[in-house]
Every structure is written in structure tokens, then in C-alpha cells.
Design a protein around this ligand. Sequence first.
Ligand code: NAD
Ligand code: ZN
Ligand code: ZN
Length: 348
Amino acid sequence: MRALQYTTIGRAPEVVEIEKPVPGPGEVLLKVTAAGVCHSDDYVMSLSEEDYREQKYPLPLTLGHEGAGVIAEFGPGVETGLRIGEAVAVYGPWGCGHCLNCSKGWENYCTNAAAEGIRPPGLGSQGAIAEYMIVDDVRHLVPIGDLDPVANVSLTDAGLTPYHAIKRSLPKLGAGTYAVVIGSGGLGHVGIQMLKALSGATVIVLDVSDEKLELATHVGADVTLISDESAAASIREITNGLGADAVFDFVGAAPTIATATAVAAIDSDVTIVGIGGGSAAVGFGTIAYDAAVRIPYWGSRSELIEVFELAKAGKVDVEVQRYPLDEAPRAYEDLHASAIRGRAVIVP
Ligand code: NAD
Ligand code: ZN
Ligand code: ZN
């Protein structure tokens, strides 16, 4: 079968021909129908050889941690109500399944995964950008029914991650409040829709590109601003000097985190989702009183089901740029060049 693999550190990923995998005990083989391209893959491929090895990523690594498919085969011993041919999406942040966090469905915060070597597909295990993929356990499959896999596969990360980030701040986002979204890319443009669907907040969006701000307006942003040193003052003005009740930074670079903390209102949440290498300098006098800084990772299994419910209700709609599997390397070039409107999705 064909797969998009990262084969050489520092080189672009390539489409290669590999053996079709065979599901082992407890595993499930999916025939992939769609796989999303995330900026985190770009981050993984930007790691130095030393950092890559330290993260224990294999080489070659099949990319793709947003996956959807139909069930092709069950490995030995799989007992499930799901059937061959059923359309499913893959819950990506695989955990051990038996620690306290996993028992709550928070496998993204599994306390055993690192020690047991359990890695998400595409981020340590072999990923979804291939004709077939292995899923380690049926509990990591969410049936998607009639939802179009290509249009919705990205909800497994570009939907789940902002949903998890936003849901915890909803008590602070009643009518008359303000939410700031920094970065209207794959995650950000879905996050904007979730804020509009679930909160009463006025949504202010920052990006460095006019095209991305146009996308933000298209998906419901109330106010858009170019992300520069003057953005914080503009946000203070828009919020009558009070600042924003919640800030979601989908970039996480030093300048965006500086903006995020500068515009935080008293008792607000500053949520840094992007892994852009920045850090927050918080201390007495540098951020509003009782502002909380959070660094979330992905989301829980139950939250993924909730995200698909939002999609079924027509409340979130991912802007998708499709690429055939043979052209998957071009999707990463376009992502790197910031030339994707919404999310790139590979269709094998
Ligand atoms: P993306 O490339 O699709 O979107 C990034 C957006 O940020 C683009 O629209 C870009 O124009 C904009 N941007 C860049 N610099 C900016 C700046 N200084 N100010 C404002 N906007 C700026 O990326 P994505 O796939 O949506 O991922 C976003 C980030 O989230 C990445 O860092 C990714 O690695 C990270 N991520 C984190 C998690 C998590 O669990 N914490 C999960 C998925 C992705
Ligand atoms: Zn991702
Ligand atoms: Zn666990």
C-alpha cells in the first residue's frame, strides 16, 4: 500500500510503497477514507536528530494523527458491537485505558502512556496518511454515521483540541463578554465557530494574514485585527479597557503569548494551544489579577463525541483543501508556506 512517510530527518516526507499492515491481537485495521494535515507534523519534522530521537519517534514514520476510515478487519480477540465496513473516526491521543484519567475518558492525559510507550498515530505510532492504518483498540474509534469523512476528519484534532480548550472557559464567556482567538488556521477557524455556537462572547480574531482574517470573518468572527504590537491596545479599546475574558492562542510564539497575557482581563483564562516555542512571563503586576494560564493538550474521548454532535447539528464546518495521497507532500509544502485555507485533508 502507499503511505506518506517521514523517512530522513530534515528531508520532506515522501509517498512510499510499504506492506499493508496486519492487525495484531486487540487491534483494528481501517481502510483510510481521509486524513488531516496538522501544523504539529511540521513541528515534528522540524526537530533536530537529537530531539527527534529523544522523543522516541520511529523512522520511517507514517504521518497523520487525524484519521477516518471504514473498518476493514479485526485482529484476534476483538469483541465489539462495531461491524466491518462501519465508518469511524480515530480518537488520536491514545492512552493505557486503565489509569484514572483514561477511565474518565481523558486519555490525552494518560499517566502511563509515556512509560508504556503508547504513542498517538502519526506522532509515534504509524499514522493515518496511508491506504490502511492500525488502530490499537476499538475504544479509540468513534462511529461517524453519515458524516462525510473528508469534511469532518479534522474534527479529531482541529475540532477536538479547540473544543477542549474552549469548553473549560465557557463559564467565563456569558453574554457581554469577549473572547480572543490568535491564529485563524486549522484549529483557530474551528475554534471561532465553537465560540460562536457555545458562548455569548464577542469573538475577536488576530492573524498575520489578510486571507486568514477573511476566513475568520467567513466563519463568524465579530472583529478581526492584524496580529502585531498594536493589537493589544486595540483589544483593550474594544473591551472598554477591561480586556478579554478568555484568550485562545493557537500560535504560542513569544509575541502572541505576550499579546495574550497583555489583554487578559481580571479572572480570565489565557489558554496557549500553539506550540510555537514561546513562554508566558507571569508574576505579580505582569498579568491581570486571578488570570489563569493553561496549556491544554488535545481532548477527551467524550469531547470528541460532543464535537461530532456539533458537526451533525451543522454548527461547525471545517474548510477543507483536498489532496490525493500521491500529492500529500505538496499539502505539507502548502502548510509550511501558510497557504492553506482551513485544513488540508489527504484522500487516499
Ligand atoms: P495552522 O498553520 O493551520 O494555523 C496557524 C495560523 O496562525 C495561521 O493562520 C497563521 O497565519 C497564524 N499565525 C502565524 N503567526 C501568527 C502570529 N504571530 N499572530 C497571529 N497569527 C499567526 O496551524 P494549526 O494546525 O491550526 O496548529 C496551530 C498550533 O497548534 C500549532 O502550533 C500546532 O502545533 C498546535 N497544536 C497544538 C495542539 C495541542 O494539543 N496543544 C493540538 C494541535 C495543534
Ligand atoms: Zn495536531
Ligand atoms: Zn491511562
